[in-house]
Every structure is written in structure tokens, then in C-alpha cells.
Design a protein around this ligand. Structure first.
Ligand code: HPA
Length: 260
């Protein structure tokens, strides 16, 4: 897989520590100037497309959202030739359309995280660098995922503002009400700084969110791990179907990036 750009990167989150359906060709243990990524990179083929898979929380699932080395993860994928990344995230639904097992392909982010290493542009720099981040998710990749979700008849929302919180605790009901007033439709703990780091390296990045609970205060009960696990069980097959169904188009998009 030395053909830089034509391989699609998938970062699996909670509930997607390994990618069933991936025809595994090998695993790479890698290091980066920013440290070691959360897991080995698994090289494989999904629906005929070259894929590099990384487990965001490690394998087994052990690294909490605020301790993920996002820089190492993104740089490891970049060094492996990836220029197009799908980040899969378990999220809470704030918008009334976003109930458990709904898939969301958001279009915007608000970042509420703090204290995370969130840029490659620091330290011994020749010049201060600011990237444009108006549209955090790649529109062409979003269109592909939305088409795939439609093809697969998976319940989905093709819009949404992702509010990225620090975790690992879930939010209070008042925090969710504030986020709703801010315009957030979904809430998760791992969307940032991952998206910004990918943008800093010029990679196409898109989020595939799986709603695993209604956000705090949005249902008549408190959030339990049992509820989350049940929604993962129910919804992850839809995520897998969308990934498989989108691979040919994402691969074509990735090849385009390679030549541009
Ligand atoms: N809040 C934050 N992150 C989450 C949630 C939530 O309700 N559900 C899954 N990830």
C-alpha cells in the first residue's frame, strides 16, 4: 500500500474496535514523532477497497476519550498513505430526530474540549500557521456516506452539529440544554481534535456517528451502559453496511485526492 492517497482510513470508535467484513492483509505497529497511536494499523480490503483501520480507544477498548493521542493516530494514518478518513463515533442524540441506532453524518462541529493536544503547528515553527476550518467535514465524502445510508435503508440524519465534549463523564441536563441553544444536534467526546488535525494535514475527513443514547435530559430516564450497549448492538450493523456500501466511491475520491 505505497500508493499514497488511494487507501481509505477508518478510525473505529466505541463499538467498532475491529471491523468485521475487513479482509485483513496484515498489521503494522507504528510510531510517530507525536508518540504511539492507539492501536496497530490493520491493513485490509473492504468491498475491494484498500483500507487502513485504526481503533481509536485501542484494542482492547481501554483509552478514554481525553487520553487518546489524536495526533499520533492521524499522523500514523497519514504516514501510511491515507488522505481520506472516516471517523466512526458513538454519540448522544440531542435533536429529536436522532434517537438510538440512528446514524448521523454531521456537517459542523462545536468544540467544548479542553487541554487536549490539538495541533501539529506548535513547538519549533518557522511561521505561525492557521488553517481554514469553515467546513470541518469533507462535503464529497459526506455525500458518499449519505448516498450509502440511503442505499442501505439505514435510518440516518444527513445533517447535524457535533458538539465535542471533554468526558469521560456524560453531560448534565443543563449542559445539554446549553449545547442545544448553541445549535448542537449530537454530542460526543472524540470528534475533536481529530477532525482539526486531519484538516491540518490536508486530509479529507468525515464523521459517521452512531447515536447510542438520547443526550442527558432528553429522555425520561438516566443514561445507562446497558442502554448504550444495546444501541451499539442494534446500530453497528448499519454502520458496517454504510462503510461497505461507500467503499468504492470513497476509494475513487481518495484516488482523486492522490492526483490533485
Ligand atoms: N455524551 C457524550 N458522548 C457520548 C454520549 C453522550 O451522551 N453518548 C455517546 N457518546
Amino acid at each position: 500500500m505505497s500508493d499514497t492517497g488511494s487507501v481509505v482510513g477508518i478510525i473505529g470508535g466505541t463499538g467498532l474496535t475491529t471491523l468485521s467484513g475487513l479482509e485483513v492483509k496484515g498489521a503494522r505497529t507504528v510510531d510517530t514523532p507525536w508518540g504511539v497511536p492507539s492501536s496497530d494499523l490493520t491493513e485490509g480490503c473492504l468491498d475491494g477497497q484498500s483500507v487502513m483501520f485504526l481503533s481509536r480507544h485501542g484494542n482492547p477498548h481501554r483509552i478514554p476519550p481525553h487520553e487518546v493521542n489524536y495526533r499520533a493516530n492521524i499522523k500514523a494514518l497519514y504516514d501510511a498513505g491515507v488522505r481520506t478518513v472516516v471517523g466512526v463515533n458513538a454519540v448522544g442524540g440531542i435533536h429529536s430526530d436522532m434517537g438510538p441506532a440512528c446514524v448521523v453524518i454531521p456537517d459542523q462541529i462545536i468544540d467544548y474540549t479542553w487541554g487536549r493536544a490539538g495541533t501539529f503547528f506548535e513547538g519549533d515553527l518557522e511561521a505561525v500557521t492557521h488553517i481554514d476550518f469553515t467546513w470541518p467535514y469533507d462535503q464529497a465524502a459526506r455525500d458518499i456516506l449519505i448516498r450509502a445510508a440511503t442505499n442501505c435503508q439505514v435510518p440516518f440524519a444527513g445533517f447535524g452539529v457535533y458538539g465535542a465534549t471533554q468526558g469521560p463523564r456524560l453531560e448534565t441536563a443543563a449542559e445539554i440544554r446549553r449545547m442545544e441553544r448553541d445549535g448542537c444536534d449530537l454530542v460526543g467526546m472524540t470528534g475533536m481534535p481529530e477532525a482539526a488535525l486531519a484538516a491540518e494535514l490536508g486530509m479529507r475527513y468525515v464523521c459517521l456517528g452512531l447515536v447510542v443514547n438520547r443526550a442527558a435530559g432528553k429522555s425520561d430516564h438516566i443514561i445507562t451502559m446497558e442502554e448504550i450497549e444495546a444501541a451499539i448492538e442494534q446500530g453497528m450493523s448499519g454502520v458496517r453496511q454504510i462503510l461497505e456500501n461507500s467503499m468504492a466511491d470513497l476509494g475513487a475520491l481518495a484516488s482523486l485526492s492522490q492526483s490533485s
